[in-house]
Design a protein around this ligand. Structure first.
Ligand SMILES: [Zn+2]
Length: 306
């Protein structure tokens, strides 16, 4: 059995207003074949097209906060999903105001969707479970921004034990018992011998996690929520020489993002949400790696296996 999919596609990396080669916030996460869109800046649907993502494969949309550079792509995307014949329901996890805004936009533009939207309001006091099934779970956690804002953490459920086919045959275990073995049970073979689980299985890979920290001021409180994740995306709108501006606008610098990554002992840091004032981004990496490595910069179209 191949590894369960867990891959991030970056759709946009700039803040406030788009540039020719840097779109606004948006990411697509494939976790165990659950396709999640995270934030939806203007033109996110064009980015999805550009990187050949099927709109109808998206069943969950997570929105961090109500600033326009994170949401203005939503009505257009919903309208396209409708025009493309979507029937299956869509789940949107977002501040309560987004439901109001979207419903009004659709109403006033005479757009009637042929599919149902399950809205779930986020709450930025504490951490909350937003979604769970047999393979994954998603929680929100509070960020420190000018308006209510949440981060999201996507976790795999513990993976099944790995079956050793050779040992399975050697011990005469029926393939019908594979499901029991995967979940850690012992079994009996055709000769009535008791086969302990560890005789024919190996430990699974550790469950992986991805944390998304959208717009936020430097906030050491974040460390508790993102501790030990495999990949941490943290905004870095500014470089450290603009830390005063960062503080005033409730954003972070590369150095501050790296400090959170270090304190939380994550495995990899990904920086994004760069201010449009920066053309060259190399300095973000240079600044961050003085504090924490490995660190990479997001760019539109970048794919990262977690
Ligand atoms: Zn914002």
């Amino acid at each position: 059995m191949g590894k369960q999919s867990f891959e991030l596609l970056i759709l946009g990396t700039t803040s406030a207003s788009p540039g020719a080669d840097r779109n606004l916030s948006g990411q697509l996460l494939n976790i165990a074949e659950r396709h999640c869109l995270i934030d939806c800046g203007e033109a996110t649907q064009i980015q999805l097209r550009r990187y050949k993502v099927k709109f109808q494969g998206i069943d969950h949309i997570f929105i961090s906060h109500m600033h326009g550079d994170h949401i203005f792509g939503l009505p257009g995307l919903l309208s396209s999903m409708h025009l493309l014949g979507r029937k299956q329901a869509l789940n949107i996890y977002a501040p309560a105001e987004l439901k109001e805004l979207t419903e009004l936009t659709l109403k006033l533009s005479d757009t009637k969707l042929n599919f149902f939207i399950h809205w779930r309001s986020t709450d930025n006091k504490g951490s909350h479970m937003l979604f769970e099934d047999d393979k994954i779970c998603v929680h929100s956690f509070p960020l420190k921004h000018r308006i209510a804002c949440t981060g999201f953490i996507f976790r795999e459920k513990p993976l099944p034990r790995k079956i050793d086919k050779f040992l399975l045959e050697k011990h005469g275990v029926s393939t019908a018992d594979i499901q029991l073995l995967r979940q850690g049970d012992d079994v009996t073979n055709a000769e009535g011998e008791y086969i302990q689980n560890h005789m024919v299985t190996k430990d699974p890979d550790p469950a992986r996690a991805y944390a998304y920290c959208s717009d936020t001021a430097y906030d050491p409180e974040l460390v508790q929520w993102v501790r030990g994740v495999d990949l941490l995306y943290h905004e870095s709108t500014f470089l450290n020489d603009m830390s005063e501006r960062a503080k005033k606008t409730y954003h972070s610098t590369a150095q501050q993002a790296a400090t959170i990554a270090k304190e939380a002992n994550v495995k990899h840091l990904l920086l994004g949400h760069f201010s449009a004032r920066y053309r060259e981004l190399d300095n973000f990496q240079t600044e961050a790696i003085q504090i924490f490595q490995p660190c990479s910069l997001a760019h539109d179209g970048k794919k990262i296996k977690i």
